[in-house]
Design a protein around this ligand. Structure first.
Ligand code: GLN
Length: 262
């Protein structure tokens, strides 16, 4: 039988039931039988129907955890992935100034910038996104979590104040090739194409970032980019060809090449 609605139906059902009733998941174990109202039952059924059509659980809940932070999400942004936490971990390991200036480009929900802000109160953290709704969402997440990040609407570097310089530029840009079969499966079907796809080889935005970043960095500043599991070599070549030093790729928790920094 064709599988519908994801790999963890029991967990998903519990999460959606909790959402529809306002009860906690653990209360289903400690107090498994009780009546819910007709309205709650209808809300639950509507959520289950959407999940069965493939709607990502994060969009139905309106929330996704990243770096242990509960982030608001919406269909105008990519859903933060655990793999992206590797960028946060790697950034925290860099020898940066105590008051480092950091910019998260294409921030979406604000995930990377907010995770860094939660760990380094002294860093001055900015974030940009080209999409107005994403800027608004990242600002809401920043306020809701009480983590200071200034969010600006900008198409990569285009609308940044011209004198800005950063010790670290960090980004999870779109990097999926336009013809990738993976785009027809799972959550990505419901996520914004603009957050996922970047030209025929998936590297258009990565090329833009590698070419333009040097003008926005301090001496010895870093650029760190997430990329596809099979793009490590191509990304290292792009960095090297543009004259970057100390080019290094790191793997994600699944053992795949996932980020390159220089
Ligand atoms: N890692 C995501 C996926 O393959 C894509 C994220 C991105 O394009 N930045 O589903």
């Amino acid at each position: 039988m064709a599988k519908i609605g994801g790999d963890s139906p029991k967990l998903d059902a519990e999460l959606l039931l909790a959402r529809a009733t306002g009860l906690t998941r653990t209360s289903f174990i400690t107090w498994p039988e009780r009546e819910i109202s007709e309205a709650q039952a209808q809300d639950f059924q509507a959520l289950v129907d959407q999940r069965a059509e493939g709607q990502p659980i994060a969009y139905l809940l309106g929330e996704q955890e990243f770096w242990s932070l509960p982030l608001k999400v919406s269909p105008t942004t990519l859903i933060p992935r655990p793999d992206t936490e590797c960028l946060v971990e790697t950034a925290l390991d860099l020898a940066l100034p105590a008051d480092a200036r950091v910019l998260d480009l294409g921030t979406g929900t604000g995930a990377i910038a907010l995770a860094l802000a939660s760990e380094r109160r002294q860093w001055q953290i900015m974030a940009t996104d080209r999409v107005a709704e994403a800027v608004e969402l990242a600002r809401q997440n920043s306020e809701r979590l009480g983590l200071p990040v200034s969010v600006l609407q900008s198409d990569w570097f285009a609308q940044l104040p011209p004198e800005s310089r950063f010790d670290l530029l960090i980004s999870n840009p779109p990097y999926i090739p336009a013809s990738d079969r993976h785009l027809g499966e799972g959550d990505v079907r419901f996520e914004p194409t603009s957050a996922l796809v970047s030209g025929d080889d998936g590297l258009d935005d990565i090329r833009t970032l590698i070419q333009n970043a040097p003008g926005w960095l301090t001496d010895n500043g870093w650029l760190m980019l997430e990329h596809g599991y099979d793009q490590g070599e191509a990304v290292r070549k792009l960095f090297s060809a543009a004259g970057w030093r100390a080019v290094e790729t790191r793997r994600d928790y699944g053992g795949n090449e996932r980020l390159t920094l220089a």
